[in-house]
Design a protein around this ligand. Structure first.
Ligand code: PBG
Length: 313
């Protein structure tokens, strides 16, 4: 290998034309998924535009606008009229996500759905509570029912985010032909704060550390991925993204399945808040963050910036 002065790495950085030629990672809207929240009433969120709320009526116009801007895919989250102990709004054939799927049917967007009970349970946990704990095996049936009702209403792919053991297998048994994008390594993270406010899904007692992963672990994330592959997942997801780039890289190196990363609400909110204070430039920080997530090894990225990204690219 030659060294300085024969080698001068700055030669390839001299003009934007040359930098473009040798760039290793590019952002392409085809790889991005926009989250959409649908509930009883629509409202905008001025501080965090990507975390506003749609109604089943208003989401149709939003989907058309996203399509016009070049966005290819959305992931739907529902906030029901009423919550109960068993999260029955999640698997109600007339539930908010099911009605949204029917309303968006025939459009061009790829429709993904988040499959979980936390937005639908009165206690805010991702499964049913028995003896003060989230009961894994009883929850599985409800998660599978939720996925089936989404598929029947027109979901193109389902994304279980509850972190129960065995959920991918439980869904796979019921829906042989639908892609499962599994939130395989979902950490018990502080970065979900703004989402929980938008989706009204903060746990009423305790926390999610009994089912979501410990932020300290990476080998365990690979075990989670292994399980999901064995159970029939089609895509593995790591969540959050920026504080877990090493996990994305480790999963990329171990598995040949497509890999997704979820650039979560707190990652988005941090940059928005810093930009509002004038500490940094939002667009540059967002593009740099999303590029880093792709560089780490993600094939597809769920991000609240997807809509804004469409106008930036
Ligand atoms: C549902 C779910 C959550 C997120 C996605 N799906 C919240 C949670 O687990 O508490 C968080 C997404 C975000 O913060 O953007 N279980």
């Amino acid at each position: 290998m030659s060294s300085f002065p024969v080698t001068r790495l700055r030669r390839l950085r001299r003009t934007s034309g040359i930098r473009n030629l040798v760039r290793e990672t590019r952002l392409d809207l085809d790889d991005f998924v926009m989250p959409l929240f649908v509930g009883p009433e629509a409202f905008t969120n001025d501080d965090l535009p990507g975390l506003g709320r749609h109604s089943v009526e208003s989401v149709v116009a939003e989907a058309e606008e996203l399509t016009r801007l070049g966005v290819r895919a959305v992931i739907l989250f529902g906030i029901p009229d009423e919550k109960d102990e068993e999260g029955s709004g999640a698997y109600d054939d007339d539930g908010v996500v099911q009605r949204t799927l029917r309303a968006l049917d025939g459009g061009e967007l790829v429709l993904l759905t988040d499959v979980c009970l936390c937005e639908y349970t009165s206690h805010g946990h991702c499964g049913v509570i028995r003896d003060g704990e989230v009961d894994n095996d009883e929850t599985l049936e409800l998660i599978a029912r939720t996925a089936v009702s989404h598929v029947e209403a027109g979901a193109d792919a389902v994304c279980p985010s509850d972190m129960m053991d065995g959920r991918v297998a439980a869904i796979r048994e019921e829906v042989p032909d639908t892609p499962i994008i599994a939130y395989s390594a979902k950490y018990a993270s502080a970065f979900y704060g703004p989402f929980r406010e938008a989706a009204e899904s903060a746990p009423a007692f305790g926390d999610r550390r009994g089912y979501q992963m410990d932020p300290a672990n990476v080998r365990e994330a690979l075990r989670e991925c292994d399980q999901d592959v064995a159970e029939g997942a089609d895509v593995l997801m790591i969540k959050p993204a920026l504080p877990y780039l090493d996990v994305i890289r480790a999963a990329r190196e171990r598995f040949d399945l497509p890999l997704a990363a979820y650039n979560v609400s707190g990652e988005y909110a941090m940059v928005k808040a810093a930009a509002a204070k004038g500490f940094l430039d939002e667009r540059q920080a967002a593009v740099e963050s999303l590029t880093a997530i792709k560089r780490a090894g993600a094939d597809l990225v769920v991000s609240y910036w997807t809509k804004e990204l469409a106008s930036w690219l």
